[in-house]
Each structure stands twice: as structure tokens, then as C-alpha cells.
Design a protein around this ligand. Structure first.
Ligand SMILES: Cc1ncc(COP(=O)(O)O)c(C=O)c1O
Length: 328
């Protein structure tokens, strides 16, 4: 029989698609790694299953135990799949900024949800990461800790990186990702640079995040922005900033316009971080000398988590009227 043993075996091995319409007329070749095609709809299914597997193996997570995680939603969804499959309880802690779609989805997936105020600085007791830590302690639960858990990097080093290398036949010049925890950029970046040190690793950073400034050795002041899941005001433990060869700042408007453009041109329905990463990929690739470079952009999640935000015309005209008016 041609069947899978469980949903767990369907995580990863996502396709890479040539984005020839999106990048029509460009002097480079743009490719998207379709992480939105994972069973839970995002790249975070990889770490959800892998971190749980490792925690069970180490004894940190016991049968019937509780998982707690601070998340922008997607890691919670990946963990929820693993929790349902293996019989764990799950509590997800999110800042108010996370779209209601993702909160509702997590509740439907049997997660208890805790919402904290948005705009709190890292280290503030009301920051979603501090709250998650406190809840894990109170409830005697296992904190997945995606920002520092090395198994986050490991799964990208062992799966996402090798997949990209093989799918591209080793012909990768540039890899572009955003950083939420840094797991994707660090794991994939490390693997690709080991195979070919000339591969350029590019950080796509929303305006308002401090990571691009930190890469350039500058200080800055963080500001709020609407793109979800990427950008930080600190360097997470899982982000190896020394791998980065270039950083591109992208405005919310540019991110939303790129997300809408990839839907119109490639029929790919993606979230705001994918828009940010695609815009950064094009901006960086245009600045490179020579023609025919192969640029791979990670597309972390799909658009269904954003029906009440960037795909809601009322929300858009209130928050980002320019994104609504100008086509890319
Ligand atoms: C929508 C979205 N895009 C991108 C990322 C970034 O991935 P990573 O945590 O591996 O840096 C995340 C995770 O935080 C996310 O939720």
C-alpha cells in the first residue's frame, strides 16, 4: 500500500517552485521553498515534531505531560499536531499582535491559549516569552523554548538545508529567510555554507525590528510593525548572526504587496513573513553583480492565518492604506 504511517511522516520534504512570473524579466532566478505546504500550514511543523521527539527521548516530557510555548502561532500549531498525536496537553502563549485566526485555530486544535499585551520589551515579565516561562514553572510543564532549544536549529540543519541543496542540485547562490527564533536561517545557513562557503545568507527584516541594525553593528530603537513571526529587539539564542552576508529591511506595505503579488502571479497564498522575505530576496538579488544567480526564498506559512488581517480589506485600509492602493 502507498500510505503514510502518521501525519508526522508528512512533515518536511516540501517542494521548491520557480517563481518565474513573480520575478518576470529579472536577471536572476527566484525560487520559493513552500513551507506553507506542511500539514499544519507552516515551517514550524518541523520543529514542533522534532522538539517534542527529543524531549520525550531525554525524559524532559513524560507521557500525558504538558507542553508550554511562547509562539507567534505557528510553532503552537506544529506542537498542537504533535500533542494530539502523542497525547500531550498544550498551552500556547501569544502576544496580542497574533492574528485572531491563529488563536482560534490553536483553540480548535485543543490548545489552551494565553494572550499577553503586545509591544512589551524582551525581559519584561509581561513579554510573551517571560509569561510562558512562568506558566511552565507554575504548571510543572515542559517549556519547548524554541528561541534557545538547539533542536530547532538541528531539524533545519538535518532536513530543510539538505532538501534545498538536493532540490537545487547544489546550485544555490543566495538563501533568504526572516528570523523569529533564527532556527531556519541558522540551520539552513550552516548546512548550505558547509556545502559551499560562497552561498550568501540574507536576512529579511521588517522595519521596526532591530536585527538588521544589529547585523550592521548599529544601535536603533525598535518600533511596532504588522508582519507576524519575524523580527526581534534582541538576538535569540538560536540566531547565529555571523552567518548573515546581507540584511534587507522591508516595510509592512512592501511585505503585503509582495504577498499579494505572489498570489496574483504564482497562485501561492502566503502570509506576511513570506511577503517580507520575497521583497528582500528581490531587492538583494537586484544588487548582485552578474546574471543568472539562483535565489531561494523560504515561504514560512500560508495565507489562511491572516484572513482577518492582511487579507481583510477593512483591516488593510485602516492599517496599511498604501499597501491596498499600490500594486507592486
Ligand atoms: C510566520 C513565520 N514566519 C517566519 C518565522 C521565522 O522562523 P524562525 O523561527 O525559524 O526564525 C516564524 C517563526 O517565528 C513565523 O511564525
Amino acid at each position: 500500500m502507498n500510505v503514510s504511517d502518521s501525519i508526522a511522516s508528512l512533515v518536511g520534504n516540501t517542494p521548491v517552485v520557480r517563481l518565474s512570473h513573480f520575478a518576470e524579466g529579472a536577471k536572476f532566478n527566484l525560487f520559493g521553498k513552500c513551507e506553507f505546504l506542511n500539514p499544519g500550514g507552516s515551517v514550524k511543523d518541523r520543529i514542533g515534531f522534532h522538539m517534542v521527539k527529543k524531549a520525550v527521548e531525554s525524559g524532559a516530557l513524560r507521557p500525558g505531560g504538558t507542553i508550554v510555548e511562547a509562539t507567534a502561532g505557528n510553532t503552537g500549531i506544529g506542537l498542537a499536531l504533535a500533542a494530539n498525536l502523542y497525547g500531550f496537553k498544550l498551552i500556547t502563549v501569544m502576544s496580542q499582535k497574533v492574528s485572531k485566526d491563529k488563536v482560534k485555530l490553536l483553540e480548535a486544535l485543543n490548545s489552551e491559549t494565553v494572550i499577553t499585551a503586545s509591544g512589551k520589551a524582551w525581559g519584561d515579565p509581561e513579554h510573551f516569552m517571560s509569561r510562558a516561562k512562568a506558566i511552565a514553572k507554575e504548571r510543572g510543564a515542559w517549556l519547548a523554548d524554541q528561541f534557545y532549544n538547539q533542536n530547532n536549529i538541528e531539524v533545519h540543519y538535518e532536513t530543510t538545508g539538505p532538501e534545498i541543496w538536493e532540490q537545487m542540485d547544489g546550485k544555490v547562490d543566495v538563501f533568504v529567510a526572516g528570523v523569529g527564533t533564527g532556527g531556519t536561517l541558522t540551520g539552513v545557513g550552516r548546512y548550505l555554507k558547509e556545502r559551499n562557503p560562497a552561498v550568501k545568507i540574507v536576512l529579511a527584516d521588517p522595519c521596526g525590528s532591530l536585527l538588521a541594525a544589529m547585523y550592521e553593528g548599529k544601535t536603533g530603537t525598535s518600533a511596532s510593525y504588522l508582519v507576524e513571526g519575524i523580527g526581534q529587539d534582541f538576538v535569540p539564542g538560536n540566531f547565529d548572526i555571523s552567518l548573515v552576508d546581507g540584511a534587507i529591511q522591508v516595510s509592512d506595505e512592501e511585505s503585503v504587496r509582495a504577498a499579494k503579488k505572489v498570489l496574483r502571479t504564482e497562485a501561492m497564498f502566503v502570509g506576511s513573513s513570506s511577503g517580507c522575505i520575497l521583497h528582500a530576496a528581490v531587492t538583494y538579488a537586484q544588487s548582485l553583480p552578474g546574471d543568472g544567480k539562483n535565489v531561494v526564498a523560504i515561504l514560512p506559512d500560508g495565507g489562511r492565518g491572516y484572513l482577518s488581517t492582511i487579507y481583510n480589506p477593512d483591516w488593510l485600509s485602516e492599517k496599511l492604506p498604501l499597501a491596498d492602493q499600490q500594486a507592486e
